[in-house]
Design a protein around this ligand. Structure first.
Ligand SMILES: CSC[C@H]1O[C@H](OP(=O)(O)O)[C@H](O)[C@@H]1O
Ligand SMILES: Nc1ncnc2[nH]cnc12
Length: 321
């Protein structure tokens, strides 16, 4: 913070690369108890992110980045989140790992409202209205890439995040349970599901449901960023016959406690995840780095210059081939 108490507003970041980014979901619009050192308005070839990126300094001196998915005033619908700009902005700052928070509905009795879930799989129920790739659309028409997405979350970080979340909450929020290896259904929204849909998602093997993990996680994969979802349950969606179907009032009731717990969890995670990704040879970094080079089908001489120029924002190696 500047000596006049104002946070410097920047248009770019010239400090050392920021390795860990946090995307805050519903209710989580800022990080508490971490010193904010700057706010950066990053402009990307895919437009402006949902909010300026807050740069914060941990007591260790490590810098981290924070972005509010729906904007700081929650004014962006799930379908309209500028996910390409959000991921590109974080990548441009140097981010190698994203911890993405999300409020979710529970499709299982044992996942109770206020519990935390670190999922391992996704079922896509979005409706094709969200641009879901950096390759082959918009100014990037003419370059085709197929990223691997069989394991949609970082397999190298997911278990560690789950352990740290469990360890932290056992001290700060002992009644909260932490669930791993679950499947998140991502629906379009903004309306919640019908009871029939909710029952169908259970039959498909869905454990939790949100409106946000796609295309965010796909774009992170294309940006070669390790991505982990930290889901906090707010409700039982619409599948329980004897209970009212989910509504916003019910979500808000759990959200306050979930956000307070998420702040504890974030503080505990940031230094440790940063330590895991600061080494180039760590599996979390090495296993994803350059993965997109192998995923591009179009020969470099056929890729339009504008596409190369834009994609260089994400992958500096791109236009030089
Ligand atoms: C407020 S209920 C529906 C809304 O909440 C979740 O948002 P986020 O993932 O950003 O926490 C869910 O995905 C919906 O967008
Ligand atoms: N039941 C639900 N469906 C979709 N997104 C949600 N976010 C929180 N609860 C949800």
């Amino acid at each position: 913070m500047a000596s006049n108490g104002q946070v410097p507003q920047l248009t770019g970041w010239t400090g050392s690369p920021i390795l860990v980014g946090v995307i805050g979901g519903s209710g989580l619009y800022k990080l508490d108890n971490i010193q904010v050192v700057a706010e950066v308005s990053v402009s990307t070839p895919w437009g402006a992110p949902s909010s300026p990126v807050t740069i914060a300094a941990l007591p260790s001196g490590v810098h981290v980045a924070f972005l509010a998915r729906h904007g700081r005033t929650h004014s962006i619908t799930p379908s309209a989140v500028p996910a390409l700009a959000n991921i590109a902005a974080l990548k441009h700052l140097g981010v190698r790992a994203i911890l993405a928070f999300s409020a979710v509905g529970s499709l299982r009795e044992e996942i109770r409202p206020k519990d935390f879930v670190i999922p391992s799989q996704i079922i896509d129920r979005t409706k094709g209205v969200r641009r879901a790739t950096f390759f082959g659309e918009g100014n990037e028409t003419g370059v085709v890439a197929h990223a691997g997405f069989g394991d949609p979350f970082s397999e190298e970080l997911r278990g560690t995040v789950e352990d740290i979340v469990r360890e932290t909450l056992s001290q700060t929020n002992p009644s909260v349970q932490v669930h791993g290896n679950k499947t998140v259904v991502c629906m379009e929204g903004p309306q919640f599901s019908t009871r029939a849909e909710s029952l169908m998602y259970r039959a498909w093997g869905g454990d939790i449901i949100n409106m946000s993990v796609l295309p965010e996680s796909k774009l992170a994969r294309e940006a070669e960023i390790a991505y982990v979802l930290i889901a906090t349950a707010t409700d039982y969606d619409a599948w329980r016959p004897a209970s009212a179907a989910v509504n916003v009032a019910e979500v808000l009731e759990s959200l306050k406690a979930n956000v307070a717990a998420s702040q504890h969890v974030t503080l505990a995670l940031l230094d440790r995840i940063n330590a895991l990704v600061c080494d180039d040879s760590s599996p979390a970094v090495a296993n994803i780095k350059d993965s997109m080079r192998m995923a591009i089908m179009t020969r470099p001489e056929f890729i339009p210059d504008i596409a190369k120029e834009n994609l260089r924002f994400l992958h500096p190696w791109f236009a030089r081939e």
